[in-house]
Design a protein around this ligand. Sequence first.
Ligand SMILES: *Cc1c(COP(=O)(O)O)cnc(C)c1O
Length: 395
Amino acid sequence: MQQVLQATIPNDPSPLMDITQRPETVFVRGQGSWLFDSNGKKYLDFVQGWAVNCLGHSPEPLVSAITAQAGQLINCSPAYFNQPMLDLAAALTADAGLEQVFFANSGAEANEGAIKLARKWGQLHRDGAYEIITTEHAFHGRTLATMAASGKEGWDKLYPPNLPGFPKVPFGDLDAMAAAVTENTVAIMVEPIQGEAGVVNTVDDYMLGLRALTEKHGILLILDEIQTGMGRTGKMFACQHTGITPDIMTLGKGIGGGVPLAALLAKETVCCFAHGDQGGTFNGNPLMMAAGLAVWRELSKPGFLDAAIAAGAYLSQGLQTLSAKHGLGAVRGRGLLLALDLRAPTGGTIAAAALEEGLLLNAPRPDSLRFMPALNVSHGEIDHMLEILDTAIAK
Ligand SMILES: *Cc1c(COP(=O)(O)O)cnc(C)c1O
């Protein structure tokens, strides 16, 4: 049956819900910074599953960890402990300076948990305050609550009625944030760098200011580090650039190196879930925990993040040179989460031309390109990417 189907309708995409524009390419294999399609064409991958494959495609440590764990124990219900769950919890909490963690399957689910935890804490410690101030153009996920927390234009019209309780202020504006805090506020939730909005940096003063503001009012600081965490900006977590510790932090994307894994971390004083308040069938399953542990071990090796910082500086320098040559704008971002301002709505066209030339790039906004290669990308691969990009821009 399978064979007949494949012979008569080769690669028919119609049974798939049409939720995004996809090129016709079908990818069959990945290795490091390279992807291969069903025609054998190879592509240099500077998307890496949206900043997910932090060690590149099918890295040996991840493949062996998953393979070994699959032969040992794949799943035993979240109602029981398993060894990699305990090990990963110990590793992440120690690194983050936060006492407890809840493992989830996606970033949105981790943020959803953060919202629940803050609201529960508000019931217990702040007279039932439940509002969480978020920022314009923020991206926190695609569940109903995380969409309400997000500040993406048009999203408030998509699936009404919307979940209330997420007043919004401009990103990076500390005064606006301070003015928005009321007795109904339980938390402030931001991304250290707005990735989906086009890699919009905060200055360190903003982060320090948010920490001081939340402390002054006795409310929670929630950092969504789903894109910026796990070494993406050159530190294990972006908040470490300023030395602040949030009350709640969420991780996703890079944490599993490509498998569905996310985490909600919090200070012990904030962890107020009672039994039954939070859970999930696949949460903390040994297979994903083993993957997360393998990724964490690689990122924690001496010199790994230093090399990522060096690669980020090299990429940033190359992009600036290219920008000067073609009369484009600034390079934004930190570490290996970078964007190039194109000063014109040419991002989609350039990304399409790059794909033709064998390079995967993402245009988060029409006027910018985003670069999120593997954290172990080589200087040679960066040079190669810059050459293809040069050609694509010239086209
Ligand atoms: C990707 C992302 C999310 C959502 O993660 P999913 O795994 O897609 O649910 C949330 N916040 C930020 C900052 C992200 O980059």
